[in-house]
Design a protein around this ligand. Structure first.
Ligand code: ZN
Length: 612
């Protein structure tokens, strides 16, 4: 197998050098520029890798990483994720993977089959294939997909840095970016779960090692050309980069080189070998411009939209106001108004238990699952009815919020709206309540803090009801500013002005109770006079909205008089706060809203402001 040290001595030397370098490490500068991303005709996200010079190789690495030499790489598009099994099978190619799962990387793939995939994908998208299917020579002038050269791979992996990893020299941080021997539990994982590099590429370290187009030669760097180097013309093994689920941290470094002989069909590749594709990005070719026009470039999208049909499978009792029709009304309205196609569609995955456990107890999560599976009818109390697939929907509702956060953090969109259900802000750590199963926004809060190292989260809750679940979860926590404006006295009974937080969290819980009958002007005044100064004092790193629309004048449950225009104005205030303090990073999550027409028009007005 290829993902291996050349020999034991090199390994030990590398380890020693790693330790030496760590002691003098410096943090790689994390640029905040948006990677330019497109979605190809067959549905793959690719990031534009800008052309440029870089120092290829490493003085401190293995002997085959020397000499370090200056290389120019022309711009190209690169898959943001390793090719998944799902994508591989799109072109009627038999999936060779050992760890079967549609979202995991395609592995156990030999080099030729990876090249074959490139050709199939090229043909499906109307591009001239790069590979001759007899000789497997690559035509680098063709417009189609191919495997990256070793230089392209290393350049994209480094993303403008000169440290061992794109995030710096601190090997302890690798767990945040990679599935490798220390954290993979001996298997691959779904692509895109770890942090991307600053050029928007996921899993460049770990998960599956990646085939490059180049043949491997230990001495290649001695004679490597300067401009767009392409590797020796012949060889026994092809280059692998990035390390895999079974690699040591050192074998995941940006400049680490490996190789494998399983080039053709007669050899069986290891289950630690996968790949991703690249395509030339020429500046003047008309096909290129056309492609960018045809494929909606998410770089142009401002707002992401999380929705999935699974949310309709959470069925409540007949006559219950929290129905699947709420989401149907929202989506239909956005489509009818031509807004839907202007939103960047985000597909949720079920939330990982690890994140759910940051706010809920394991016993409660198990009880929720069991109750749904056993057809209990409701969870904890009669006001939270459940059906057989409610648990699944609730997992994807929380997961949807995390997908939105990821999209914002990777720069794919500036902000996002999550059309999810069941709602979440009443859910307690160990109890369902008020139509809510998992506390979607609370899970999102902890996720932003832990995964992205952002410390201060502002939650603005304008649902007509007080979000007692969120208040309780963060009551003594000064890193979360919870700001709720709601009808009072009203369900769930909490939310008086006197509830200000406790301990270190004192004054980080702000309740603004309003009497029934309050309208646009009253809400706006609260936002101007209370929310703005609170945000100024707090200076958030990320803003979340508990966007309930049950304060709408026609709502079935609420007694307020807010209009769709009013919700637009509130959105504008929160958006300006996000722009002022945290580069506009904002995710809005649906909570209540029970008058279908009132809900749909309000969401439309809300989204129109987000998209501006
Ligand atoms: Zn509500």
């Amino acid at each position: 197998m290829a993902v291996r040290p050349t020999n034991l001595i090199t390994g030990i030397l590398c380890l020693l050098l790693t330790l030496i370098v760590i002691s003098g490490c410096r943090r790689a500068k994390e640029t905040k520029t948006l990677p330019q991303v497109i979605k190809t005709k067959t549905g793959t996200e690719m990031a534009l890798i800008p052309g440029g010079w870089f120092d290829m190789g490493s003085k401190e690495g293995a002997s085959d990483e020397s000499p370090v030499h200056r290389v120019w790489v022309s711009p190209f598009w690169m898959d943001r994720y390793e090719v998944t099994q799902e994508q591989f099978k799109k072109f009627q190619l038999p999936d060779p993977s050992h760890f079967k799962n549609p979202k995991h990387p395609c592995e156990q793939i030999n080099w030729t089959d990876a090249a074959q995939y490139c050709n199939e994908r090229s043909r499906a998208e109307g591009f001239e294939p790069c590979y001759d299917e007899q000789s497997w020579q690559c035509n680098f002038n063709a417009k189609g997909y191919r495997l990256p050269t070793e230089a392209e791979w290393e350049y994209a992996c480094q993303a403008g840095t000169t440290t061992k990893y794109s995030f710096g020299n601190d090997v302890r941080k690798l767990k945040g970016y990679a599935w490798f021997a220390d954290n993979s539990s001996g298997k691959t994982h779904p692509v895109g779960e770890k942090k991307p590099n600053s050029w928007g590429l996921y899993d460049v370290y770990g998960n599956a090692a990646e085939w490059c187009n180049d043949f491997y030669s230990e001495s290649y760097y001695k004679e490597s050309p300067e401009k767009d180097p392409k590797g020796p013309s012949k060889g026994q093994e092809r280059v692998l980069r990035g390390g895999a689920w079974n690699s040591r941290a050192d074998s995941c470094r940006s400049s680490y080189r490996a190789s494998d002989p399983s080039i053709n069909d007669t050899c069986l590749a290891s289950d630690a070998i996968g790949f991703r594709c690249v395509r030339n990005a020429s500046n003047n070719a008309s096909t290129e411009q056309n492609m960018e026009k045809e494929n909606q470039a998410p770089g142009r999208y401002i707002t992401g939209f999380v929705y999935d049909d699974i949310y309709l499978e959470h069925k409540t009792t007949e006559g219950h106001p929290e129905t699947a029709q709420r989401l149907v009304a929202i989506v239909e309205r956005l489509k009818a108004k031509g807004l839907y196609s202007q939103l960047y569609q985000l597909t949720p995955s079920p939330v990982l238990l690890e994140w759910l456990l940051t706010v809920h107890t394991p016993e409660y999560i198990q009880r929720a699952q069991r109750s749904c599976e056993q057809g209990a009818g409701y969870l904890d109390s009669m006001d939270t009815p459940i059906s057989s697939r409610s648990y699944e929907a609730a997992m994807e509702a929380a997961g949807g919020v995390l997908s939105a956060i990821d999209a914002v953090m990777a720069g794919r969109v500036k902000n996002a709206f999550c059309a999810v259900r069941p709602p979440g802000h009443h859910a307690l750590k160990d109890k369902a309540m008020g139509f809510c199963i998992f506390n979607n926004v609370a899970v999102g809060t902890r996720y932003i803090q832990k995964r992205y190292d952002l410390s201060k989260i502002l939650i603005v809750d304008w649902d007509v009801h007080h979000g007692n679940g969120i208040q309780e979860m963060f009551y003594d926590d000064p890193t979360v500013l919870y700001f709720s404006v709601h009808q009072y006295p009203f369900y769930p009974g909490t939310g008086s002005e006197a509830e200000k937080g406790s301990g270190k969290g004192l004054n980080y819980n702000i309740n603004v109770p309003l009497p029934a009958g309050s309208g646009d002007g009253d809400y706006l005044r609260v936002f101007e006079e209370k929310l703005k100064p609170a945000a100024l004092a707090f200076s958030p790193d990320f803003v979340l909205i508990c966007a309930g629309f049950d304060a709408h004048k026609d709502d079935l449950l609420g007694g307020m008089r807010v209009t769709a225009k009013g919700f637009a104005e509130l959105t504008q205030v929160v958006k300006e706060i996000a722009e002022k303090y945290c580069e506009g990073q904002l995710v809005s999550v649906l909570e209540g809203g029970y008058h279908l027409e009132g809900l749909a028009t309000s969401v439309e007005a809300h989204i129109r402001v987000l998209m501006r």
